[in-house]
Design a protein around this ligand. Structure first.
Ligand SMILES: [Zn+2]
Length: 475
């Protein structure tokens, strides 16, 4: 199996214009997300002037690369002081909720000179324009009759493997792992009622592990509708796992993960992968301490993203999130025998944050630092996914908690997102063999190798990287 690791300077990086060159190209009108953060008080001309001035100042102060055009507009219009903080934390109302946001070349800032911006070769390109529209009949005519694209050929091979698999292989194994995680909860609540330190610790560990399986693997599979063949059941499981168990909004999660991250993987400003990017934090705090706050921040971010959604939807999400949190609270008091609300809340935080550090690591390791693509010259899907996605090695703990599709089969998952974790594992040899035969990359790297890289290149990868425009929710 070919082991390919990418450097951080893509072949096209030097050909891209300097950040200042983009200033003249920043267009202002016509974007809903721009309008939503304009406040309706500044004229277009004033906004442009303000934005350019702030951008120049930010670049001079070394902050420019982390700012997008949208972020600058929001900074200009809302007066945010710390412009280098993450887009969604400060400005979620500006960027969320759009179906297909338009990203301008202004997003391609100084970062592109040092990171792996891919200059997409002609033969890689999609037969559509930069706005995502298909090339029309002329483009289709270019295809010779009977010619089978690489992606179609690989899809056919995978489809045959899926059709030759039983229900147990397709869904049963993953559903059983999730059911086992729920079955671990009663003994975990009982063990947490013990006065012996060892038994109490075993209870904490059991509940933390069960929560990780349900909240990471369960929410991810549910967001893809991979737990059921029925759409109605798929919707039910998405609400149950993402809202009740994951304390997030199913609608926002699916929008961010399926419609943005999977649809626009590593396309600058659209499909960046990190759920958690706080460039103002020092690297050690960001990598090892801040993820512990994920259980607290997640429902708050969900609420922020629900602005503008229908009231019924907001009420449902709030009720479902409250149901999940209160159920655990109630059981810890009435089954485990906790006496004070503070001890209950601390126990809930400890269990929910127990594995959030590796979760955040996995979340950033598999896309950031790989090839990025401009929205105007995105490659065909097979090139996009093989160059912009990386697999980590198999690891029993991570496999159980996150599922194969997030760990050792992330490439397969991005090529075939409808497959369950077990099916991704099953088609992995087939996919890797095919990609090697076609001399396409099959990128793999070790967990600690990626950790060392992110630690040493934190500024380049996490601070000067293009900002995300959408909270992904689940990876
Ligand atoms: Zn996914």
């Amino acid at each position: 199996m070919r082991h390919q690791r990418r450097g951080t300077s893509g072949p096209g990086a030097q050909q891209l214009p300097e950040a200042e060159d983009f200033q003249g190209e920043l267009s202002i009108g016509g974007s809903q997300d721009d309008e939503s953060c304009s406040g309706g008080q500044l004229t277009e001309e004033t906004r442009v002037r303000e934005m350019r001035a702030r951008r120049r100042r930010a670049l001079q102060a070394g902050e420019g690369p982390a700012l997008s055009h949208n972020a600058l507009l929001c900074v200009a219009n809302k007066g945010f002081r710390n412009a280098n903080c993450d887009l969604w934390t400060l400005c979620s109302g500006c960027s969320g909720r759009q179906e297909a946001p338009r990203i301008r070349t202004g997003t391609l800032s100084v970062w592109s000179r040092s990171a792996s911006m891919q200059d997409v070769p002609e033969e890689w390109r999609e037969e559509r324009g930069g706005d995502g529209r298909t090339g029309g009949p002329e483009g289709k005519k270019k295809k010779k009759k009977g010619e089978e694209s690489l992606m179609m050929e690989l899809t056919r091979l995978v489809q045959e493997a899926v059709e030759g698999s039983s229900w147990w292989e397709r869904r049963g194994i993953d559903c059983s792992i999730l059911a086992a995680a729920f079955l671990c909860l009663p003994p975990a609540f009982l063990l947490l009622g013990s006065s012996q330190v060892l038994l109490f610790s075993a209870g904490m560990l059991l509940m933390g592990a069960a929560h990780a399986v349900i909240a990471f693997k369960g929410t991810h599979l549910a967001s893809h509708g991979a737990l059921s063949e029925s759409q109605a059941w798929g919707n039910f499981w998405a609400v149950f796992f993402i809202e009740v168990c994951g304390s997030f909004s199913a609608r926002v999660g699916v929008q961010g993960h399926i419609k943005m991250h999977h649809a626009h993987t590593n396309v600058v400003g659209l499909g960046d992968s990190s759920v958690w990017k706080v460039p103002c934090l020092p690297r050690a705090i960001y990598l090892f301490v801040a993820p512990l706050a994920v259980p607290v921040i997640t429902p708050l971010v969900a609420l922020a993203h629900l602005r503008g959604h229908p009231v019924a939807h907001v009420v449902r999400t709030v009720l479902m999130v409250a149901l999940g949190l209160y159920s655990q609270y109630w059981l810890l008091i009435h089954v485990s025998g906790f006496l004070s609300p503070l001890s209950v809340l601390l126990c809930m935080l400890a269990c929910r944050a127990m594995f959030s550090v590796p979760y955040i690591h996995v979340n950033i390791f598999q896309h950031i630092g790989l090839h990025m693509f401009a929205p105007t010259s995105r490659p065909k899907r097979i090139y996009q996914m093989t160059h912009g996605v990386l697999n980590l090695p198999r690891n029993a703990l991570l496999d159980w908690m996150c599922g194969h599709s997030l760990i050792s089969c992330h490439v397969e998952h991005h090529l075939f997102p409808f497959l369950s974790d077990n099916m991704c594992l099953k088609v992995k040899p087939l996919v890797s063999k095919y990609l090697m035969e076609k001399q396409l990359p099959y990128q793999e790297d070790g967990y600690f190798s990626r950790l060392a890289m992110f630690f040493h290149k934190y500024q380049e990868l996490m601070v000067f990287a293009p900002p995300i425009t959408e909270l992904v929710g689940v990876q």
